[in-house]
Design a protein around this ligand. Structure first.
Ligand SMILES: Cc1cc2nc3c(=O)[nH]c(=O)nc-3n(C[C@H](O)[C@H](O)[C@H](O)COP(=O)(O)O)c2cc1C
Ligand code: SF4
Ligand code: SF4
Length: 430
């Protein structure tokens, strides 16, 4: 497949795994069989992480399985599932993986795995996976439903000692790259990432899904998805989880022990811009699940086209040229400039006098927007500059694009961190 799109080289080498572009399908139903994976490759995906394999007998799924958190216009903001790992036998999966890799040598094919947390189980399955010729493995230490009750998935991913142990076994019994997929259902994502590194991981990927209940059927007093008269919590994903995933990727990218550890960014990637954001915060590849489930394999065309055009405009010739570029600008609160000031400005030509900005500012603590009625009867909204704290709320709530802009002010004051601010009772004496 051609790596060059719109004159830009989209190819990556992720922890030793080569891929013609950074877009991989995440381990999930779209990657659960050769029929799907082949059509995904035909559509232009650079790689796939095969739906998680486990020991036989294969997992058994319930009916129904999915639910959603909707926006006002039935747009799916977040997606929830209670599926388990593959419900097909190990043998069928391995045979299909070997064939697909043989037929599509230029695409990345990573095999996701989840077996009991016992050395014998890993020692048994890893040579079988190695024999398929797949490019690497991804350890599913994050599935939050069903599997933890059996001592697998998030039950391992929430315990750094177990992560380290399992990763070490994989490095011992498997010769190709080992990616450890992390669960977000944990307080501090840096701990499992560091554990993976200690165990010898070549990379981490994140996030897996977040424990969730999306909604209830109030007539029957049961959560969704409903299985008969009952339900259970599921795993949340889709665009609603992107902010959580981005932060976790950034946490790992800026943590000293893991800052050189390759990261595959997952969580709510729906378009090229989402992907670029993950890359800018340190990801070397991105994985997509929900967006492909909702809109089909062909979304990758827009992703490749949009990303390459933007890269071309910015002068980036490869993914590595901007991977991690936003990491240094992502810092702790205490390092922010206390002397920086920005204030809101309303473009009166664009304003439709809806009053939303006024209500938001008035009912928050700021009261920095004046409202009055002109002689013509028209309402007018104006920012009281001396009162504005630059919180962005009016801009966020304004329904008109670019009507409110935030304008940085020249205060003439130098950079001042909270650590040195005279208002800080615990400041560091200069
Ligand atoms: C229906 C469904 C099944 C999934 N199955 C797996 C799985 O078998 N193994 C795994 O590591 N992750 C699984 N995931 C999680 C995804 O790979 C991905 O980490 C998560 O959905 C976040 O990405 P997204 O926001 O693009 O969906 C599954 C997700 C969904 C929605
Ligand atoms: S930026 Fe905040 S404080 Fe300033 S006008 Fe807008 S809502 Fe009010
Ligand atoms: S929210 Fe925007 S459009 Fe509405 S009054 Fe304020 S500035 Fe005007």
């Amino acid at each position: 497949m051609n790596n060059i799109v719109n004159g830009v080289d989209l190819s990556i080498d992720f922890a030793g795994i080569r891929s013609p572009n950074p877009f991989w399908l995440a381990s999930a139903p779209p990657t659960d069989k050769a029929y799907n994976v082949v059509r995904a490759y035909e559509a232009g995906w650079g790689g796939v992480v095969w739906k998680t394999l486990g020991e036989d007998p294969a997992a058994v799924n319930v009916s129904s399985r999915y639910s959603a958190h909707y926006g006002k216009n039935r747009e799916v903001l977040g997606f929830n599932n209670i599926e388990l790992i593959t419900d097909r036998s190990l043998d069928i999966n391995l045979r299909e993986i070997a064939q697909v890799k043989k037929d599509w040598p230029d695409r990345a094919l990573i095999v996701s795995l989840m077996v009991p947390c016992e050395e014998a189980s890993w020692k048994h399955i890893l040579p079988l996976v190695e024999a398929t010729g797949a490019d690497g493995i991804e350890l599913n230490l994050g599935c939050p439903h069903g599997m933890p009750e059996r001592g697998m998935g998030a039950a391992v991913g929430q315990n750094p000692d177990l992560i380290e142990k399992v990763t070490r076994w994989c490095k011992q019994y498997y010769s190709k790259p080992v990616i450890v997929k992390l669960t977000p259902n944990i307080t501090d994502i840096r701990a499992p990432a560091q554990a993976a590194l200690r165990g010898g991981a070549d990379a981490v990927s994140l996030i897996n899904t977040i424990n969730s209940i999306t909604s209830l059927d109030l007539d029957h007093m049961v959560a969704k998805p409903t299985v008969g008269h009952q339900s259970t919590h599921g795993g949340y994903c889709g665009s609603a989880v992107k902010p959580i995933a981005l932060n976790m990727v950034a946490e790992i990218a800026r943590d000293t022990p893991t800052r050189h550890l390759p990261i595959s960014g997952i969580g709510g990637v729906s378009n090229w811009r989402d992907a670029a954001e993950f890359v800018a915060l340190g990801a070397g590849s991105v994985q997509v699940c929900t967006a492909a489930m909702l809109h089909g394999f062909r979304i990758v065309e827009e992703m490749k086209d949009g990303l390459s055009r933007w890269m071309g405009e910015q002068g980036y010739r490869s993914i590595t040229e901007f991977s991690g570029k936003a990491v240094a600008n992502t810092t702790d609160w205490k390092h922010l400039d206390m002397n920086f000031k920005t204030i809101a400005h309303i473009d009166q030509d664009k304003c439709i006098q809806c009053g939303r900005c006024y209500i938001a500012c008035e009912d928050t603590s700021h009261q920095s927007i004046a409202q009055w009625v002109e002689a013509s009867g028209a309402r007018r909204y104006e920012v009281i500059e001396e009162e504005c704290v630059g919180c962005n709320l009016c801009q966020i709530t304004c329904p008109v694009q670019d009507c409110i802009s935030m304008v940085p002010q020249d205060t003439g004051k130098p950079y001042l961190s909270w650590e040195r601010d005279p208002r800080n009772p615990f400041r560091i004496a200069s």
